[in-house]
Unconditional design. Structure first.
Length: 346
């Protein structure tokens, strides 16, 4: 029987790359040395083998000489690293609601990651675990997840959030100062689990970025993507190819079928068996990617139009307004600045 390997999303791998760059390391070079294709980092729908990411972490520690390098993840928070899961978290009413979404959709971020949420009197405990595949997971990978979660809390609330406690499975390091500087709370090493404990008051406080319309939309997209991902149908494979080809212009059926080593007729038939047409999937993929790209402020609207395969940016603007009832610039303003926009999906 073929054994399916655990994978990590390209968005999370990219976040790791930004964190390693703080130490002056080149993620593309580390990917190559770990036996991974660096092109995966720029493919928003790609998946990266978990064992490959374990090798990347080991190489990073070896090159940098910094065993606490995973904590640099606190410096690179972007919702785009979580794809639609990040935007779903951003539009949540509270941090508690947001992390419940992370628990629900965590497989989209990484199949090797487990995040558990435990409600206790007066406090809330987030427990983290990273499971290896054939190789044991690197300690730095779970510390990176903890650092990122804390930084996301600080970013979402615009407050210097401090956990009530941070626990780590590993023995206390020779130099605990990086942990003390980041978490700014009591630390426990040699603990039964990796965890962060926060006050219930913090986790249940209203968030300024809450948006009911956006949260429903992002939940639907995340749920649909999770369903496709878990069953791994031709629909999901086709979407991966579309994501790779869109920056080169609107993909044709023949090109997509060829990339999947099947005839156009076979592709059409298999998509129909799964209840979707090629054109419907192309539009859905563009629509989902548009939301991801608009959450990245460094991308201009012209660049996003090109990345979605639109030869003329005005076609992108018209398509976006047809999909969501407002221009892309207004949607970006809502997501990035929390301004009040009358948003309603069409």
């Amino acid at each position: 029987m073929l054994q399916v390997q655990r994978t990590t999303s390209s968005g999370w791998a990219s976040a790791i790359g930004h964190a390693l760059a703080v130490e002056g390391l080149d993620i593309a070079e580390l990917f190559t040395q770990a036996g991974l294709d660096p092109a995966l980092l720029v493919d928003p729908d790609a998946r990266v083998a978990q064992d490959g990411m374990t090798r990347v972490w080991h190489l990073a520690v070896e090159r940098s000489g910094n065993p606490a390098i995973g904590l640099h993840m606190a410096q690179v928070v972007r919702p785009g690293h979580f794809s639609v899961v990040g935007y779903s978290l951003m539009s949540s009413r509270t941090l508690l609601e947001g992390f419940n979404r992370v628990v629900r959709y965590q497989r989209l971020i990484g199949e090797s990651a487990d995040v558990m949420l435990q409600l206790e009197p007066g406090q809330c405990r987030l427990q983290f675990a990273i499971h290896g595949d054939r190789l044991p997971a690197a300690r730095q990978s779970v510390e990176a997840a903890m650092a990122y979660a804390l930084a996301f809390c600080r970013w979402m609330t615009a407050r210097p959030v401090q956990p009530l406690q941070a626990t780590f499975v590993c023995p206390e390091p020779a130099d605990p100062s990086p942990y003390q500087e980041l978490f700014q709370c009591p630390l426990q090493f040699d603990a039964p689990a990796h965890s962060l404990t926060f006050s219930r008051q913090l986790m249940e406080a209203p968030l300024a970025t809450a948006n009911e319309h956006l949260s429903k939309l992002h939940d639907r997209f995340a749920g649909e993507f999770l369903a496709r991902f878990e069953s791994d149908p031709v629909t999901h494979q086709t979407r991966q190819v579309l994501c790779r080809l869109l920056p080169q212009g609107e993909p044709k059926r023949q090109a997509v079928a060829g990339a999947m080593n099947m005839s156009t007729r076979t592709l059409q038939r298999r998509l129909q068996d799964e209840g979707v047409s090629f054109q419907q999937l192309l539009e859905r993929t563009r629509r989902e990617l548009a939301l991801q790209y608009l959450g990245q402020p460094q991308l201009t609207l012209f660049e996003i139009a090109c990345m979605l395969g639109f030869a003329d940016p005005s076609n992108f603007f018209r398509a976006f307004k047809r999909w969501f009832g407002l221009p892309p610039g207004q949607y970006r303003d809502q997501v990035l600045n929390g301004n009040d926009v009358d948003f309603q999906e069409k």
